[in-house]
Design a protein around this ligand. Structure first.
Ligand code: FAD
Ligand code: NAD
Length: 476
């Protein structure tokens, strides 16, 4: 007889493993199917985020930031260091150590919550009155389990482009770009999105000459254009060479370098030679060999699984969350959907306000926002007022030598309700949390302006920007 579970989760990324833990907390019998193997062949929990995404990229961003500070910015403090060197092997080993600690941590959480890890590839084989049947194969004996409820959390993989075979040595996607064994002298990046900017920054800080080619005519089109403009200015100063409005043509790679032919925004043919190329042009949902048809499901024209507002698919008791469904491809969005679905299965009535999901780009300075941009609100015909305050006028920012950037707050012209908060600064990833709380509670800009903020701290700029909405910033 096949094993039976209240909940079977397919995929143990941040969506799946959090869903599994929440369902177990609520007293369900839970199994999670996961097949991820690291390059050494060891099976790992944690998905893209822990293995080749959020966590390793932030480890390398931190290492490269230390290197850049030591090389260029410690002198501002009167500290001289000679002969700063980077040991790439050690930097990568540190990153791998963090990944190992985090993925092992999830194994511990699975044991603690009595979640069964079914090792291998999950595939639907059918459904009957007992539930949905899923075959688990690839590691040892193939088995079929039955689930009363299924959560599909199979995530996404890098989108590759025709004519650009990824070998993760010369032409790399995120996996290769997180593991280059030397600093490339010249690095080309196709796609000036989040991965292109973050990983382009890592290797630039370590000494690579980085050229980024972006198809769209506008830089960071999803961000408020005031932030995008400031970011473009600062990245240019740092030496990131970003070209927008390009059309990439033929790409030729040898085992030593790569030549990229492209047409620039003025229609001129250009040739870019580089040692390595990162292709970061978005991600595609993982549904290969998932057997969706066996339970009467199919993917939509973009490859995603269609769901309703509660992450329910068209098949009763089958849910889908995270990167494999609509919405931003963000770990915290996947996690929140995991909690939501586990609680729905438990009979609760949870809710996610997608307008309150924050975005962060971990460049230097960081870029973070929540809610809508000025451009979006204006195109909706909303009457708004805005307030902006620079970090240059903040004592703490000057003290830590990170005075670039500003906070911009947007509120409803009549009610003063906060509609969007946009930050470009050091630690923007932490500062944005206050704005998320404020927006979840439907706060007015005045509410933030009236709250006591610690002095001296970067958070004072949040208060000043809120006061600036009412044209009464105190320190400007
Ligand atoms: P995934 O994390 O992709 O996990 C899906 C899991 O399902 C995988 O482990 C896969 O092996 C498994 N799986 C798939 N199919 C099957 C099957 N049939 N059987 C068994 N197992 C299966 N987001 C942020 O919020 N912040 C960041 O800083 C950030 N940085 C990133 C940096 C990089 C370089 C990349 C690539 C992504 C980054 N992201 C970041 C995005 C984030 O990683 C994803 O949004 C997140 O991992 C999605 O979670 P998920 O659970 O939906 O899927
Ligand atoms: P992205 O969607 O952020 O950016 C892709 C960029 O490539 C876009 O600007 C697009 O216009 C451009 N592009 C597409 N095709 C092109 C072509 N042929 N030539 C030139 N440019 C082209 O995708 P990404 O950077 O690959 O990241 C994938 C996902 O991972 C993102 O959706 C993001 O949500 C997630 N991620 C998040 C973080 C974070 O939260 N800090 C970090 C990394 C990745």
């Amino acid at each position: 007889m096949s094993k039976e579970f209240d909940v079977v989760v397919i995929g143990a990324g941040p969506g799946g493993y959090i869903a599994a833990i929440r369902a177990a907390q609520l007293g369900k019998s839970v199994a999670c199917i996961e097949k991820w193997k690291n390059p050494a062949g060891a099976l790992k929990l944690g998905g893209t985020c822990l293995n080749v995404g959020c966590i390793p990229s932030k480890a390398l961003l931190a290492s490269s930031e230390e290197f850049e500070n030591a090389s260029h910015h410690l002198a501002d403090h009167g500290i001289s260091v000679n002969d700063v060197k980077i040991d790439v092997t050690k930097m990568l080993a540190r990153k791998e150590g963090i990944v190992e600690k985090m993925t092992k941590g999830i194994e511990f959480l699975f044991r603690k919550n009595k979640i069964t890890w079914l090792k291998g590839h999950g595939k639907f084989t059918g459904k009957n009155e007992a539930g949905v049947q899923i075959e688990v194969s690839g590691e040892g004996e193939t088995e079929v389990v039955t689930a009363k409820n299924v959560i599909i959390a199979t995530g996404s993989k890098a989108r590759h482009l025709p004519g650009m075979p990824v070998d993760n040595k010369i032409i790399a996607d995120n996996e290769g770009a997180l593991s280059f064994d030397t600093v490339p002298k010249k690095l080309a990046v196709i796609g000036a999105g989040v991965i292109g900017l973050e990983l382009g920054s890592v290797w630039r800080r370590l000494g690579a000459e980085v050229t980024v080619l972006e198809a769209l005519p506008e830089f960071l089109g999803a961000a408020d254009q005031a932030l995008a403009k400031e970011a473009a200015k600062l990245f240019k100063k740092q030496g990131l060479d970003i070209h927008v409005g390009v059309k990439v043509g033929e790409v030729k790679a040898t085992d030593k370098n790569v030549t990229i032919n492209y047409t620039d925004k003025d229609g001129n043919a250009q040739v870019l030679e580089a040692d390595r190329l990162i292709v970061s042009v978005g991600r595609v949902p993982n549904t290969d060999n998932l057997g969706l048809e066996a339970i009467g499901l199919k993917t939509n024209e973009r490859g995603f699984i269609d769901i309703d507002d509660h992450c329910a698919t068209a098949v009763p008791n089958v849910y889908a969350i995270g990167d494999v469904v609509r919405g931003p491809m963000l770990a915290h969005k996947a996690e929140d959907e995991g909690v939501l679905v586990a609680e729905i299965i438990d009979g609760q009535k949870p809710h996610i306000d997608y307008n309150c999901i924050p975005w962060v780009i971990y460049t230097e300075p960081e870029i973070a926002w929540v809610g809508k941009t000025e451009q979006q609100l204006k195109s909706e015909g909303r009457e708004i007022k805005t307030g902006q305050f620079p970090f240059m006028a903040n004592g703490r920012a000057l003290g830590i030598n990170k005075a670039d950037g500003f906070v911009k707050m947007i509120a409803d012209a009549k009610t003063d309700e906060l509609l969007g908060v946009h930050i470009i600064s050091a630690n923007a990833s932490d500062l944005i949390a206050e704005a998320v709380v404020a927006m979840e509670f439907k706060a007015a800009a005045e509410d933030i302006g009236r709250i006591c903020h610690p002095h001296p701290s970067l958070s004072e700029v949040m208060r000043e920007a809120a006061l600036a909405v009412d044209k009464r910033a105190l320190n400007m």
